[in-house]
Each structure stands twice: as C-alpha cells, then as structure tokens.
Ligand binder design. Structure first.
Ligand SMILES: Cc1cc2nc3c(=O)[nH]c(=O)nc-3n(C[C@H](O)[C@H](O)[C@H](O)COP(=O)(O)OP(=O)(O)OC[C@H]3O[C@@H](n4cnc5c(N)ncnc54)[C@H](O)[C@@H]3O)c2cc1C
Length: 318
C-alpha cells in the first residue's frame, strides 16, 4: 500500500466535518459492479445534491484529495484500495418538469440511476431516453462519460447540468449547457481531466409520446441487450470502439474469447466484456486488459483505448 495522502490534521478536519458519516477502511468491492477493489481509507456517502455540494466545497477548500463515485460501473478500483477520500453519490431525487408544449423536461440529481430516469420518463410517455434504459450507473457518471447506446448519447438529450468547480481559491457553482462539456465519443472535458468539475444534477429534454410506444421501444432494447450482452459482474465495454471497427470483433478475431486470468474471463458471448467468474482481483483484470491489448496490437496493429477508468492506489500494485 502506498503512503497515505491525507495528513493527520486533514483527518481531524474530516472527523470534525463529517462526524459519524466518515467510514474508515471500507471495502470498495461493495461499490464496484465488477466486485473488485481494496479498502478506501476514508469514505462518505452523500444522499442529496446539497450534501454533495457541501462535501465537495469542504474538500476542495481544505485541499483534501477525493474521488467521486456513482455506480462504480465504469471504474476499475485497485486491490490496494483508495488513499483519497471516496464520496459515494446517493443523491437520487428526480423531478418531472411538465411543460405545456411538446418538450417536457426531467431534472435528476447526479446520483439517480440513469436507467431508472429513462424508465420513469418512459412510463409517463415521454420519449428520448429509451436508449438509456439498460445502462447501469448514475446520471452523473453518464453525463461525465457521454454514455450512449443504440445510436444515441447524452449529448443528444442533455439540456443543462449544475456543476461545481474550483475557481482560484473559491468554489463556483455554474450551469453548463451541453456545448461546455466538449463531448466526444464516451468522453468529456471532465473525464479527460481538461476541466476539474463535478456534476450536481442534470436536466434532459424529451418529447411527448405515449407510454405504450415508449415502453415498446424500451422492451425491444432490453431484448437486444439480453441477446447481445453477457450477464455476470462486468464493467460493460472494456475498450472504446476504434474508428470504423468494433473492439469486440478485433478481440474475437484475435482468438481471445474465453481467455482467462485467474477468475476473470473475456466473455464467450461478447469479447469486449470481461466477466468476474468468482473471486477475480483488480490485478487479474489489469493483466487481462494488457494481454488483450498486446495481442490485438500485434495481430491488427490497432491500439485499443480503454473506455473504463482505473481508480485508486495502482502504484502499490506495481
Ligand atoms: C453491463 C454494463 C453495460 C453497460 N452498457 C453501457 C452502454 O450501453 N453505454 C455506455 O455508455 N456505457 C455503458 N456501460 C458503462 C457505464 O455503465 C457507464 O459509463 C455509466 O454512465 C457510468 O456511470 P457510473 O455512475 O457507474 O460511473 P462510475 O463508474 O461511478 O464513475 C465513472 C467516472 O465518472 C466520474 N463521476 C461519476 N459521477 C460523477 C459526478 N456526479 N460528477 C463528476 N464526475 C463523476 C467518476 O469520478 C469516474 O471518473 C455499461 C456498464 C455495464 C456494467
């Protein structure tokens, strides 16, 4: 395990600010969809956007390093755990903003389930987010990652998001329109690290339809997912698709379906999904990622780019 990054005086500030809400040595596998990850030295769950804002303001003002996690569906957490403070986003409020015209809006706190928002708007007969119905994780994770599926993505639906970002010694709250996210395929200026910011909430624009029509599209999408994507703990697509091709196709053509390192396996059903078959470790997953990248590069001269992010104390793994 690497050296602590939180000082003794910062620990005192954390205890004073968060009180009983501060958890220590919390196993991160509980917060990871692929069920790996060692202990977080310090972890706090926030249950509203106001709590999220106040926690982030405090941490930035005190210069205490932190990691914000939503559903943990796109992040590989080190076996050595996380030395920074971990904030778990459980701010889940959703409000339906009725408008008299054809374009209703839904507002959601960033810890709300993104798939849940899609299904709830669908039940009201509001169309636009059907593509998102099977995506795990939170609204915040989707906004930062420019999540997408079935030909659409966040950039097509986001109207604005409430953002918190550091500005000199101050912390500023702003509203960003979709253009300010600098969206590209599965990334944004926040994900790339070009801008430091966290998402407090997001508002999505929809169109009026009927519950029957929207639910029919959602169930067709669910059937497609069921037939094309494997079950079991995973992080979804491990790699971005290279221009004009599919990572899954390249991995399959390289003969890597079913390749296993310890308890993690390249899925037999969809080669871009790696499945935890039991007690996989983050180290095994990282080894399988490197193996697949090397083989695909050797066979097709294509460098696969990760879609997921590595989080935590990876220095301790080396
Ligand atoms: C079975 C499966 C299927 C999937 N299918 C799809 C798919 O079809 N399309 C797709 O795009 N993705 C898909 N994914 C990937 C994943 O679900 C999405 O990327 C999702 O949007 C990530 O959200 P999360 O809350 O889990 O993010 P996390 O893994 O918790 O975090 C991801 C990153 O976002 C940052 N972050 C999280 N919340 C905030 C916030 N409020 N403010 C600032 N930064 C934040 C984190 O710090 C981290 O850097 C799939 C994953 C799985 C497991």
């Amino acid at each position: 395990m690497s050296k602590p990054v939180i000082t003794a005086s910062q620990i005192q500030s954390l205890q004073a600010f968060f009180g009983d809400r501060l958890q220590c040595q919390e196993p991160m596998s509980r917060y990871s969809l692929i069920k790996v990850g060692g202990p977080a030295d310090f972890l706090v769950s926030v249950t509203s956007s106001e709590e999220l804002e106040s926690a982030v303001r405090f941490l930035w003002e005190e210069k205490i390093p932190f990691v914000l996690l939503g559903g943990g569906s796109n992040t590989l957490i080190s076996d050595a755990g996380i030395r920074e403070v971990v904030l778990i986003n459980e701010a889940k409020r959703v409000e339906f903003i009725e408008e008299s015209g054809q374009n209703p809006l839904v507002w959601a706190e960033s810890g709300a389930s993104f798939g849940g928002v899609s299904r709830r708007t669908g039940a009201k007969g509001w169309s636009g987010l059907e593509w998102a119905s099977g995506i795990p994780g939170t609204v915040g994770g989707a906004v930062v990652n420019n999540a997408g599926a079935f030909g659409s993505n966040i950039a097509a639906n986001l109207v604005l998001a409430e953002i918190l970002h550091p500005l000199g010694d101050r912390v500023q709250r702003s509203e960003w329109s979709v253009d300010q996210f600098g969206y590209e395929y599965r990334t944004s200026v926040i994900k790339s690290g070009e801008k430091q910011a966290i998402v407090l909430s997001a508002t999505f624009g929809l169109e009026r339809s009927t519950p029957e029509k929207v639910k029919a599209t959602i169930s067709a999408i669910a059937s497609k997912r069921q037939s094309s994507q494997p079950g079991g703990p995973s992080l979804g697509s491990m790699f971005k698709n290279p221009p004009g091709d599919y990572s899954g196709r390249l991995i399959e053509e390289a003969g890597l379906k079913g390749t296993r390192v310890g308890d993690v396996e390249v899925s037999q059903d969809h080669a871009n999904f790696f499945i935890n078959r039991g007690e996989a470790t983050a180290g095994e997953i990282a080894t399988l990622i490197a193996l697949v990248r090397d083989e695909v590069n050797e066979k097709f001269s294509v460098e696969l780019e990760l879609e997921i992010q590595f989080i935590g104390d990876w220095k301790a793994e080396n």
